[in-house]
Design a protein around this ligand. Structure first.
Ligand code: HH2
Length: 264
């Protein structure tokens, strides 16, 4: 899954794709590099990010979504926590909602059910302003699993079916560097939820902590996580640098002896 941020303030690429034509060009580049999915975000989720109004989020998203829907057959995911944005985006041709709040707003589940869309349920505590003060866990992985299970239950109770769901442990969302590493070490446990697993390691600060590299220089660290994650059975990797991650995935799959690599 290639990341397309349509924001002025995203932590690693804010402001790069504010012109719709540039954004679309970059999206098509990601597809050529091997992206099987695209994730479009118009509100930063980084720690401390300022919230964006519905009008502003849709103003950023709409032109790119409309242009892109006619130019690629790759499924389009929308990184939003707002039901109204999700509804407009699905009506305009998007296929998947990536809700980093894990259905904090119950209306989101109704929108996803109505459209029969895919839903990525990510684990997070709090919001961008509060999440880095919510990193106390007695047992990190067990508590994340429990909270993800609650999100899955909310989705199922709202009439969404399991085939629509993907789960994500939410690297960096209410987790410190050590906890992110622990999640990676214990990735296998997330299969106990019985759903496809998505992971978003791309350029995150725990990679900077381990490698000593600045944000723009973390694609090798990200690719290393991608290769490792494949050995742990992760199904979808959300990354900015698709080519590097794709190579890491292909090499890993070749070593594993898989015959088809595109369908990862
Ligand atoms: N990480 C970010 C945003 N959305 N969605 C999922 N499902 N999983 C993630 O790990 C994830 C996500 C943060 O990355 P980025 O989009 O580059 O930054 P920002 O939120 O500042 O736009």
């Amino acid at each position: 899954m290639g990341v397309l941020n349509l924001t002025p303030d995203s932590f690693s690429d804010g402001g790069r794709f504010l012109y719709p034509e540039k954004a679309v060009e970059h999206a098509l580049h990601l597809v050529r590099e091997g992206a099987d999915l695209l994730d479009l975000g118009a509100e930063s989720t980084r720690p401390g990010a300022e919230p964006v109004s519905e009008d502003e989020e849709w103003r950023r998203l709409e032109p790119v979504l409309l242009l892109l829907a006619g130019k690629t057959t790759v499924p389009l995911s929308i990184d939003t926590t707002k039901p109204k944005i999700a509804r407009c985006a699905l009506a305009a041709g998007a296929h998947i909602i990536n809700d980093v709040s894990g259905l904090a707003d119950s209306q989101m589940a109704d929108v996803v059910r109505t459209f029969g869309a895919g839903l990525i349920l990510m684990h997070r505590r709090g919001n961008p302003k509060t999440m880095q003060s919510l990193t106390h866990y007695e047992d990190t992985v067990a508590e994340i699993l429990k909270e993800l299970r609650a999100g899955i239950d909310r989705a199922l109770q709202a009439g969404i079916v399991r085939e629509q769901l993907v789960i994500d442990p939410g690297l960096g969302f209410a987790k410190d560097a050590g906890q992110n590493i622990e999640i990676l070490r214990e990735l296998g446990q997330f299969h106990s939820l019985g759903l496809p697993v998505l992971l978003g390691p791309s350029r995150k600060s725990f990679i900077g902590k381990v490698t000593g590299r600045e944000i723009g220089d973390r694609e090798y660290g990200t690719a290393a996580v991608a290769g490792y994650a494949v050995t742990k059975g992760v199904h979808i990797l959300r990354v900015h640098d698709v080519g590097a991650a794709r190579d890491a995935v292909r090499i890993t799959r070749a070593i594993q002896g898989a015959s088809h690599v595109r369908s990862l």
